[in-house]
Design a protein around this ligand. Structure first.
Ligand code: 5AD
Ligand code: SF4
Length: 502
């Protein structure tokens, strides 16, 4: 541990940029919390920063290119201010290791996702020793299973000890809680099992303790995170096994918690106990993200997804039968090795019959170190990948719009998140706008089935459940107005500046 900074020192400024998934957003929050305890303050101005961190993603080449070009851009800044510490954290750090230092010698810190608890110590060491610090976990085949596991220590207990909430960027009423680390599925296209290590379920009592702390601090919505969150298992000392449905049940009782979600699901592990828990627990969001990746058996086999299209269809039927009003979303990779026009058509058909709320569609990006990259040629031309991406997105968008239309006229229960992004922009453009002065703002929230709802409201409605009647829809958003009845009075408008003067 370093000595505490003398009181006269100005606070050190931290700039952090996060690329990638919700796991990374959570990791960044935890790193920020760690450095805050060391006296750092956040800044969004690179030029003010003493420490610049990039929390990176390796899932697709594009995400890596973004970080390497950001590193290129800040080289001049480092030349002018050599005392600035520059760090590369997360998946790309684990994947590229010292190659990052060779490509960007001005980097001081390379820290894999399994080593993030050491960022503050490593920053100090890079300063004291005047040389770059590299902290990564073992490769999956570099030791016995237990040794590899040990090299991915859990970073989250750190948060349980944190005296303050650290929701960063998102609403203070929402928080992520990791319940599972790593992944053991080894889909052939995916780098995640190598960079995030073996699958490990966190002990349920630690999860509940962390959730209780967050809810005590005002968090209303918890999102449980795991690469295959529904495969979550924890074996207790007495041999008992806790599953995701048990964790949901335990968290559901937390007073003050309004909503509970979990991402991402693996199709084969979508068990009945889980679906029944989502059906029976009122706080559970009626929303499931279950990536299909492709609608063609031959492609699924090459991807080593372990299920067939028929099995995926059966799972969808079971989900819809068990949970009325559920919304399902999916991920797809287009242009995977050997994907023919015919296989792509099968994916289009799967999207058409599954009626997802939305789909995330990605062009296949070969990743060094994966089985697909070793075994199969990346043989779908870029132009075809692009065209398939656009076409599949258009099919999905039409379905999303069609399925949103029946919401018009219906009243939905919305958990309010905060001012919508466009409202923020509007007020930036016109800082004197009466809307911002009176607190009336365009607000955004979500229904239990995870649909985004935008309505005119007040900032202080954030974190509350409100009935909203839907008046208009687009493919991604429902637009409505807060229902005011005797049992649900609209909150009194904030006094206008003139009223406050009277
Ligand atoms: N290329 C393109 N997309 C990928 N994904 C994972 N690996 C790759 C890759 N190599 C997608 C999958 C996954 C999502 C998070 O990213 O669809 O579900
Ligand atoms: Fe990657 Fe497959 Fe694991 Fe998801 S389940 S993280 S796609 S290996």
């Amino acid at each position: 541990m370093s000595d505490p900074a003398p009181p006269s020192d100005p606070p050190k400024k931290l700039y952090i940029e996060t690329v990638g998934c919700q796991m990374n957003v959570l990791d960044s929050e935890l790193v920020v919390a760690q450095l805050r305890r060391e006296g750092y303050e956040l800044t969004d101005d690179l030029r003010q920063a003493d420490t610049i961190l990039y929390n990176t993603c390796s899932v697709r080449q594009h995400a890596e290119d973004k970080v390497y070009s950001a590193l290129g851009r800040i080289k001049r800044l480092k030349d002018r201010k050599p005392e600035v510490r520059i760090g590369v954290l997360g998946c790309m750090a684990q994947k590229d290791q010292e190659r990052i230092l060779r490509r960007a010698p001005h980097v001081d810190l390379v820290v894999g996702p399994g080593q993030l608890g050491r960022v503050s110590e490593l920053l100090q060491a890079s300063q004291d020793e005047g040389r770059p610090q590299l902290a990564v976990s073992l490769a999956r085949n570099a030791g016995k299973t237990l040794e590899v596991l040990d090299s991915f220590p859990t970073f989250d207990p750190d948060r349980v000890a944190s005296p303050e909430p650290t929701p960063q960027g998102s609403s203070p009423h929402q928080a992520f809680v990791r319940i599972q680390m790593g992944c053991d599925k080894f889909c052939t296209y995916c780098i995640v099992p190598s960079v995030r290590g073996p699958e490990q379920g966190r002990p349920p009592d630690l999860i509940v303790e962390e959730a209780r702390r967050l809810v005590g601090q005002g968090v209303k919505e918890l999102t449980l995170l795991g690469q295959t969150v529904n495969s979550y298992k924890y074996k207790h000392g007495d041999g008992r096994i806790s599953r995701l449905s048990d964790v949901l049940l335990a968290l559901h009782d937390l007073d003050g918690l309004l909503r509970l979600k979990f991402v991402t699901n693996f199709p084969l592990d979508m068990t009945d106990d889980l679906l029944q828990a989502v059906r029976d627990l009122p706080k559970a969001s009626r929303y499931l993200h279950v990536p299909a990746q492709s609608g063609c058996d031959a492609v699924l086999k090459r991807m080593k997804r372990l299920y067939t299209v028929t099995q995926y269809d059966e799972m969808m039927a079971r989900i819809r039968e068990t949970i009325p009003g559920v919304a399902v979303s999916s991920d797809f990779i287009v242009g995977f090795c050997g994907e023919t026009e015919e296989s792509f058509r099968k994916t289009v058909e799967l999207v058409e019959r599954s009626r997802f709320k939305n789909s995330f569609i990605f062009k296949y990006s070969p990743r060094a170190g994966t089985k697909a990259d070793e075994r199969f040629a990346d043989d779908v031309p870029e132009a075809d990948k692009k065209r398939r991406n656009t076409e599949l997105l258009a099919v999905q968008t039409a379905i999303s719009l069609e399925d949103n239309r029946p919401f018009v006229g219906r009243t939905v229960e919305v958990l309010v998140e905060g001012p919508s992004k466009t409202a923020g922009k509007r007020n930036e453009a016109d800082p004197d706008a009466s809307s911002s002065a009176s607190g009336v703002s365009q607000m955004t929230g979500r229904t239990s089935c995870d649909r985004i709802v935008v309505f005119d409201g007040h900032r202080r409605q954030a974190g509350h459940l409100l009935p909203v009647v839907i008046e208009q829809v687009s493919a991604v958003t429902l637009f409505g107005r807060v229902v005011t009845t005797d049992s649900h009075p609209a909150p009194a408008p904030a006094p206008s500046p003139e009223a406050a003067l009277r």
